[in-house]
Design a protein around this ligand. Structure first.
Ligand SMILES: CCCCC/C=C\C/C=C\CCCCCCCC(=O)SCCNC(=O)CCNC(=O)[C@H](O)C(C)(C)COP(=O)(O)OP(=O)(O)OC[C@H]1O[C@@H](n2cnc3c(N)ncnc32)[C@H](O)[C@@H]1OP(=O)(O)O
Ligand SMILES: CCCCCCCC/C=C\CCCCCCCC(=O)OC[C@@H](O)COP(=O)(O)O
Length: 298
């Protein structure tokens, strides 16, 4: 009995203590839930912690809440460009020219990506130049350029020869493609080889690259080309000015093209082809004159 009397209040005490503990747990859970529902900024305002690192992190999170996010910023930039580009196009002729040139280069890089797998089937082969030529011919229509070719019949149908041409702009490529004879490869500066997909496409089409800074090396390459000219029924296109010249005049000719014709003397000498007007203005008509063979032999 005494035992029973003594246990009853102890049980009541234990139950009370348990309830008290549960209530405390519930209150703590509710506080935690409320804290989780608060935003990081509210939490950061809710009093500084003792750790400066945690405080700094909290401030950082609060600041991030002010940052609208990447997409609104990108949208704003896009709208700005949408307004800026047409304004520049209509108000600044040089900006217009720049955009046209940027598109020209970008388009060629894109076309080259398409051309590479097709050309790769044959490997490095001058016949691939036909593919590049066909893929480039439409560009004149994009710019509304009308090309008039005169004297194309002066190109001999089969024998090897060297074509020399003036060079005013990278757009001369368009004129060159209009009249490029079969199995004819241009000589280009070595830097073009590194022009991304265009460089690789050029390499696959057998473009001959020379290092203009190393005359000795360039001469050896030209000598090899002379042999190829003789043995593989190939023609070579050289820009003897050696660089672009925008001012309408002609620079003194480098001698490589002429040495080449002399070294490959058993084949006919130089064939001259001069673009009288370049397509540098990126509009209008372009005349392309192909002159008869030069009569001289070395
Ligand atoms: C569908 C997707 C398509 C994607 C691809 C896009 C397009 C693809 C299609 C085609 C791409 C083609 C692009 C072509 C355009 C590229 C045009 C250019 O890159 S132009 C620049 C490169 N070209 C040249 O430089 C012209 C050739 N240069 C020469 O011939 C030079 O003579 C030289 C060999 C480089 C040497 O130049 P250097 O500055 O040193 O001057 P010199 O000429 O005075 O020569 C010095 C000396 O050497 C003698 N010499 C020269 N050559 C020879 C030789 N072959 N053999 C023996 N001796 C040589 C020369 O006589 C001089 O001596 P000397 O003074 O005693 O007479
Ligand atoms: C991932 C790499 C990206 C590289 C991007 C390079 C951009 C070039 C893009 C496209 C190439 C277009 C091919 C044009 C061919 C015409 C080449 C040309 O005309 O070169 C000039 C050369 O004759 C004389 O050079 P300089 O006047 O001496 O200077």
């Amino acid at each position: 009995m005494g035992k029973g009397r003594n246990t009853a209040p102890r049980d009541t005490q234990a139950v009370c203590a348990e309830r008290e503990l549960e209530e405390k747990k519930d209150a703590a859970g509710a506080r935690e839930g409320q804290r989780r529902r608060q935003s990081p900024a509210e939490r950061s305002r809710g009093g500084a912690t003792k750790s400066p690192l945690v405080d700094a992190a909290k401030r950082c999170v609060a600041r991030m809440e002010l940052w609208p996010g990447i997409w609104p910023v990108l949208l704003l930039l896009f709208l700005l460009l949408l307004f800026l580009l047409p304004t520049l196009w209509f108000c600044s002729p040089s900006a217009k020219y720049f955009f046209k040139m940027a598109f020209y280069n970008g388009w060629i890089l894109f076309l080259a990506v398409l051309a590479i797998p097709v050309c790769a089937v044959r490997g490095r082969n001058v016949e691939n130049m036909k593919i590049l030529r066909l893929m480039l011919l439409h560009i004149k229509y994009l710019y509304g350029i009308r090309v008039e070719v005169r004297g194309a019949h002066h190109f001999p149908p089969s024998q090897p020869y060297v074509v020399v041409s003036n060079h005013q702009s990278s757009l001369d490529l368009l004129g060159m493609m209009e009249v490029l004879p079969g199995r004819c490869v241009p000589i280009a500066k070595r830097e073009l080889l590194w022009a991304g997909s265009a460089g690789l496409a050029c390499w696959l089409a057998g473009v001959i690259f020379i290092d203009r800074k190393r005359t000795g090396d360039a001469i050896s390459v030209m000598s090899e080309v002379a042999q190829t000219l003789l043995t593989q029924d190939v023609r070579v296109w050289v820009f003897p000015e050696g660089t672009r010249n925008h001012n309408g005049s002609m620079l003194p000719f480098k001698r490589g093209a002429f040495h080449l014709a002399v070294q490959a003397q058993s084949c006919p000498p130089i064939k001259t082809s001069i673009a009288r007007r370049s397509v540098a203005s990126l509009r209008g008509d372009v005349r392309y004159g192909c002159c008869p063979q030069c009569p001289q032999k070395g």
